[in-house]
Structure formats: structure tokens, C-alpha cells
Design a protein around this ligand. Structure first.
Ligand code: SAM
Length: 228
């Protein structure tokens, strides 16, 4: 069975509490990582940017505010997340659109940058999605991806694992009132590609100048690359 329908239902269910949960779970750090995503995307002044899996819209809106000349699309397959984005940012010049990252309804080579936060952990085939992203990017266009990443073996790893295993599901029950959704976050993080493996997938999908940086005790990674 594909992950899509269950993931869509889960995000539809937690949309109203998603932002509060993010701020608490990351101890207020999450916006810093999103700002770094936008910095790394480096679109030209009047460029076109697609923020895929935009959710409640933070990355799309940061891009718009950092560079008011951009045309920014925020796209997601959860209607409730998109409604939340529209409610929060009614006055922002983002075009909110419904779409599935596996099959983008955009022409080849139509964007200068594509960003996505916490998308790939939720899809069945990261490489296929990366190829689809590559297809819609112009030559030289940039991709930037923010996601959780399995913690490396380090002195802090046992503590990090405890936080993921017990802390996050507990916060999920208390704040988002959905323990299962946040137990899924833990499971999907531990099963997700390690940062170096994900960098290899970027290269395999057709990106060059691939790099990444980790945050939050090595549990968050931002990957980037350029379409050749
Ligand atoms: C954890 S949220 C991240 C939202 C936002 N990017 C952020 O930084 O907070 C993941 C989002 O990915 C969306 N998503 C997951 N799989 C998707 C797919 N195949 N196509 C489009 N959106 C997808 C979900 O609906 C959800 O809104």
C-alpha cells in the first residue's frame, strides 16, 4: 500500500495544531532552519519558486518576505494544511495550490527554485520525487530540502533517541492531541535515509553541487543542489 492516503489523512487531522506543536517540539528553532532553506535557494530577483509540501506555508511566506519580487507557489496535497496556510497568511502574495509531489502539474523547466520541508520522509520513493522536482527546475535552478534525519552514533545519541521515542509522542498527545501522528514522525525519521545517502539520491536524480548541513544535535538536515 502507498503511504500517500494515510499521510494526507494524518495532516488533514493535525492541521490546526501543527504550528504550535512544531514550535514546542523544536524548542523554537524550526523557523531558523526554514530561513536557512530560503537563503540556500537563492532565486533570482523576479524568479519563480515552488514550495512543495508547503503545509501551513512558513517557507513559502519567508521566501516572499525575503524577496518581494518573487512569484511563489505554496503547494500541498492536504486541503486542511492549505486552508490553514491561507488563514494564517491571507495578505501574502503566495499562490496556494493543491498537488501531489509524485506527479507535479507544472511544465518542464518552469521554476528557478524548489524548496520542501519534511516532504521526503512521507513519500514512498524519494528518488522519484527528486526526479520530478528536477524536471520542473530550469537548468541551474536550485533545490533545497529540510527534513529530519536519523541521529548518528554520538555521545548524545541515546538522549536524542529517548526524546524521539517518548518525548515527541507525549508532546503529540498533549499538544496536537494525536499521539499516533507524532509516533509516526519518530518511526519515519529513524527509517529515513541517512544524510549522506540522501545526498547520493540528489546526485542520482540529476543534481550537482550537492551539499548538506545538520542542525539540532544532528537530527535535522538541510540538503541542496543545482539542476545541471
Ligand atoms: C510535516 S508537514 C511540513 C509542512 C511545511 N513544509 C513546514 O515546513 O512546516 C509535511 C507536509 O507534506 C505534505 N505532503 C506529504 N506528502 C505529500 C505529497 N506526496 N504531495 C504533496 N504534499 C505532501 C503534507 O500534507 C504536509 O502538509
Amino acid at each position: 500500500m502507498t503511504k500517500g492516503p494515510a499521510v494526507q489523512k494524518m495532516f488533514d487531522a493535525i492541521a490546526g495544531r501543527y504550528d504550535l506543536m512544531n514550535r514546542v517540539m523544536t524548542m523554537g528553532q524550526d523557523q531558523r532552519w526554514r530561513r536557512f532553506v530560503v537563503e540556500k535557494a537563492r532565486p533570482p530577483e523576479h524568479g519563480r519558486v515552488l514550495d512543495l509540501a508547503t503545509g501551513t506555508g512558513d517557507i513559502a511566506v519567508l521566501a516572499c518576505r525575503q524577496r518581494p519580487g518573487l512569484a511563489v507557489i505554496g503547494a500541498d496535497f492536504s486541503q486542511n494544511m492549505l486552508h490553514e496556510a491561507q488563514r494564517r497568511f491571507a495578505l501574502e502574495a503566495v499562490s496556494w495550490q493543491a498537488c501531489d509531489a509524485n506527479c507535479l502539474p507544472y511544465r518542464d523547466q518552469s521554476f528557478d527554485a524548489v524548496t520542501f520541508g519534511y516532504l521526503l520522509r512521507n513519500v514512498d520513493d524519494s528518488l522519484a520525487v527528486l526526479r520530478e522536482v528536477c524536471r520542473v527546475l530550469k537548468p541551474g535552478g536550485r533545490v533545497v530540502c529540510l527534513d529530519t534525519t536519523p541521529p548518528d552514533k554520538s555521545l548524545t545519541a541515546p538522549l536524542v533517541r529517548l526524546y524521539f521515542r517518548f518525548g515527541i509522542p507525549l508532546l503529540g498527545r498533549m499538544i496536537a492531541r494525536d499521539k499516533a501522528a507524532y509516533a509516526y514522525l519518530t518511526g519515519s525519521t529513524m527509517e529515513f535515509h541517512r544524510a549522506e545517502e540522501l545526498a547520493s539520491l540528489f546526485r542520482k536524480a540529476g543534481f550537482s553541487e550537492v551539499g548538506y548541513r545538520k542542525f539540532m544535535l544532528g537530527t535535522i538536515a538541510v540538503h541542496w543542489g543545482s539542476r545541471a
